[in-house]
Design a protein around this ligand. Structure first.
Ligand SMILES: Nc1nc2c(c(=O)[nH]1)N[C@H]1C(S)=C(S)[C@@H](COP(=O)(O)O)O[C@H]1N2
Ligand SMILES: [Mo]
Length: 329
């Protein structure tokens, strides 16, 4: 997700960005299998990350897992191996490389409160465990397609975002919900990079947030979600590029103004507000036609709306005219 203007694939190797280096490494790793990935990501990382995650045994929500799987949401592919999905992450607060899992263990996930404010009947601050008690908990199998053209398929646990919106009671004048990640300089080294517009923010229209697919994830693989994957509360919007699925949320702000998101502030032409997956609209620097499935060799075709068009295409009917390609990047 580095910011550059030229098309990456046109550049000679010597000028390749760290990101294209990453793409090459990921391709290599996908071809070679998990063992090679761990070797590439740094010896011993997964072992240590897992030990630290086990230390999260004090998580008071642990007893809620595993949650009952909602069988409505099915996959067209195997689940990604847990060791892969939890060791190779995008979480820029902990660094712009993929191997931040160990670093992320310093994130303090209790106590954790969520602020609900802006255009709501009553602003409030709610404790995560109190919130969990009120939400309809379940597990769902979803794909995730990163804008960088890799993908995974994982079992999230949590609750429909619609339940949270109902709980927040937005005013009818609210049109968007803006979500904000924790920004804690003491534990997040990425925040020392001042060119990023911290805190990480994302946004959805209320119609998107209340679509049945929009999911708030609190768990992964039948356990509380690991810190590197966005503990204790992150978004999962599987029809949009992965950067929309904001992690470690501390605030839901209801507003009538379209939020200008973290990545949009950095590079509007590449990472916009809508960011719906579309294999026909290339990223300015690479093709979006295919994707590398984590842990699998080769590439597979990317599907419109990441395969979720039957649920969400209707949200954008009529918007094509005014928004055009912006709907898809
Ligand atoms: N706060 C925050 N949320 C974030 C990111 C981030 O850097 N910071 N990266 C995003 C991107 S680009 C992707 S692809 C997904 C990756 O989620 P995962 O690490 O659980 O696979 O998280 C998204 N949410
Ligand atoms: Mo991403």
């Amino acid at each position: 997700m580095l910011v550059r203007v030229k098309k990456g694939w046109e550049l000679p190797e010597a000028q390749a960005t760290p990101e294209s280096v990453f793409h090459d490494r990921r391709r290599l790793v996908a071809a070679m299998g998990i063992g090679a990935l761990f070797a590439a990501a740094g010896a011993g990382l997964p072992g240590r990350a897992h030990a630290a995650a086990a230390g999260a045994g004090e998580d008071p929500s642990a007893g809620l897992y595993p949650m009952k799987r909602n069988l409505k949401y099915t996959l067209d592919r195997d689940l990604t191996k847990e060791e892969l999905a939890t060791a190779y992450n995008n979480y820029y607060e902990f660094g712009s490389q993929k191997d931040i899992a160990e670093e992320a263990q310093s994130l303090k996930i209790r106590p954790w409160t969520v602020r609900i404010d802006g255009m709501v009947e009553k602003e409030m601050t709610v404790d995560i465990d109190a919130l969990l008690k009120r939400m309809p908990l379940e597990e769902r199998l979803y794909r995730l397609r990163c804008v960088e053209a890799w993908s995974m398929a994982v079992p999230w646990s949590g609750f429909a975002m619609k339940a949270l919106v109902d709980f927040a009671r937005p005013l009818s004048s609210a049109k968007y919900v803006r979500m904000e990640t924790l920004a804690d300089k003491a534990v997040m080294p990425g925040l020392r990079q001042p060119w990023y517009p911290w805190p990480y923010t994302e946004g959805l229209t209320i119609a998107e947030a209340t679509n049945e697919l929009a999911f708030m994830a609190t768990g992964l693989y039948g356990k509380p979600i690991p810190r590197q994957n966005g503990a204790p509360l992150r978004l999962a919007v599987p029809w949009k590029y992965g950067f929309k699925s904001v992690k470690s949320i501390v605030r839901f702000n209801f507003t009538d103004k379209r939020p200008v998101t973290f990545w949009e502030q950095l590079q509007k032409s590449e990472y916009g507000f809508w960011a719906n997956v579309n294999p026909e609209v290339d990223h300015p620097r690479w093709s979006q036609a295919t994707e590398m499935v984590l842990g699998k060799p080769g590439r597979v075709p990317t599907l419109p709306y990441n395969g979720y068009g039957e649920y969400v295409a209707g949200l954008y009917a009529g918007l094509e005219k005014t928004e055009g390609d912006r709907l898809f990047r």
